[in-house]
Design a protein around this ligand. Structure first.
Ligand SMILES: NC(=O)c1ccc[n+]([C@@H]2O[C@H](COP(=O)([O-])OP(=O)(O)OC[C@H]3O[C@@H](n4cnc5c(N)ncnc54)[C@H](O)[C@@H]3O)[C@@H](O)[C@H]2O)c1
Length: 358
């Protein structure tokens, strides 16, 4: 079932749609807008699977459409790619009236959003995210950017798209593990307070959510949760920090695994740790910690740190994070429902004990 709405972030209207097979809807949206040449940005994996189909629909309707296909992988989320995108836009005659349409996972929406935000000081961008993670997280909220100097997402901008089209059909070709990767962020929305999502997750598992009506509902509700938080705090000076739930420890585990764990797999462990640490500090009960562990496990995600990961590496990466936040590591504690943001105490002790559970 197609669902559509318009969100507003600091007076910028963002049209969103969730449903299946949305190429024609994208065409209708573009038909109602005045625009010059359209450009598609995708990668070598996604373009043949989904981009080409959309390219043909747009070409039939609007004539010439630019096509920018980049290499696939986080290692290409860098300045060189941005430069090559900007060069191609110039060579193919893009101007202020052009629109860039990104088709891909979070890497593509991040680099496409960033390139669009700086080309001619900003041309419109539309996201057509094709991973679950990008549909429920990366494409929403306007954070764009690239990795730089060994740091993830070190350089970028806040830049809201004109529209986001979440086509659930594209999820059918995702590689193993990529659905769980996105599910971790959906679980996060439940745990930071969306009770409706929590209920759906409790009543389903990784097989049953594959049903179109359920996954569409989860994407729709997740989008709504993130949009509402971002609308209240676009630049992360307050409430938006809640979206980092499970990420302090999760990021450190992800880095310490040398990225052999997918982001969502690491965040799942980060959320389990948040409950463990919260129980130690009296915010959440042991029963709740166990309930949440079971919930995470239902979606193909682990809740303990793999033995191959060294505790000292985790400490090193957490210390880096702390340095980036000027020594004020605020931790998002889990309560039985919802969260509380407080300064972290005895976190090393909590990590020690948590690692013993693996
Ligand atoms: N801007 C934000 O707010 C935000 C939030 C979360 C994550 N991110 C960023 O998003 C990135 C991770 O995104 P991701 O998990 O989507 O990874 P990704 O973009 O690397 O996609 C994962 C893999 O799936 C492939 N793929 C994409 N769609 C496919 C499809 N429909 N069928 C088959 N294969 C497909 C991709 O080519 C890639 O190989 C990271 O760079 C992260 O920093 C940004």
């Amino acid at each position: 079932m197609l669902r559509q709405t318009v969100y507003k972030i600091n007076n910028k209207e963002i049209s969103v749609a969730v449903g299946s097979n949305l190429a024609n809807l994208l065409t209708d949206f573009l038909s109602k807008k005045r625009h010059g040449k359209l450009f598609l940005l995708s990668n070598e994996t996604v373009f043949p699977l989904w981009g080409n189909k959309i390219y043909k629909v747009l070409k039939d309707k609007f004539g010439v459409v630019g096509k920018i296909i980049v290499a696939d992988g986080e290692q290409y989320k860098n300045f060189e790619i941005i430069e090559s995108i900007l060069k191609q836009l110039i060579l193919e005659g893009a101007d202020r009236t052009s629109i860039l349409i990104t088709i891909g996972g979070g890497v593509i929406t991040d680099i496409g959003g960033f390139a669009a935000s700086i080309f001619l000081r900003g041309i419109p961008v539309i996201h057509y995210p094709t991973t679950l993670l990008a549909q429920v997280d990366a494409a929403i909220g306007g954070k764009t950017g690239v990795d730089f100097y060994g740091f993830k997402n070190m350089v970028g901008s806040f830049y809201q798209p004109d529209a986001i089209f979440c086509d659930t059909e594209t999820l059918s070709t995702l590689a193993a593990g990529q659905m769980s990767n996105g599910m971790a962020e959906i679980i996060k929305y439940a745990l930071i307070g969306n009770e409706e999502i929590y209920k759906i997750l409790k009543n389903n598992n990784s097989d049953s959510i594959a049903k179109a009506s359920i996954i569409e509902d989860l994407i729709w509700k997740s989008m709504d949760t993130k949009f509402n938080i971002v609308a209240a705090d676009e630049k992360e000076s307050g409430k938006r920090i809640l979206l980092n739930f499970g990420h302090t420890f999760g990021h450190a585990v992800e880095s310490a695994s040398r990225f052999s764990l997918l982001h969502g797999q690491a965040i799942a462990i980060g959320m389990a740790f948040a409950y463990f640490y919260s129980e130690m500090r009296g915010y959440a009960t042991k029963i709740r910690f166990e309930q949440v562990n079971r919930l995470i496990g239902r979606y193909g995600l682990k809740t303990t740190v793999p033995h191959s990961i060294k505790i000292n590496d985790i400490f090193t990466f957490m210390a880096k994070d702390k340095k980036r936040s000027h020594g004020n590591l605020r931790f998002i504690f889990a309560k039985n429902m919802g969260v509380a943001v407080e300064k972290a105490y005895d976190v090393k002790d909590a990590i020690d004990k948590f690692m013993d559970m693996g």
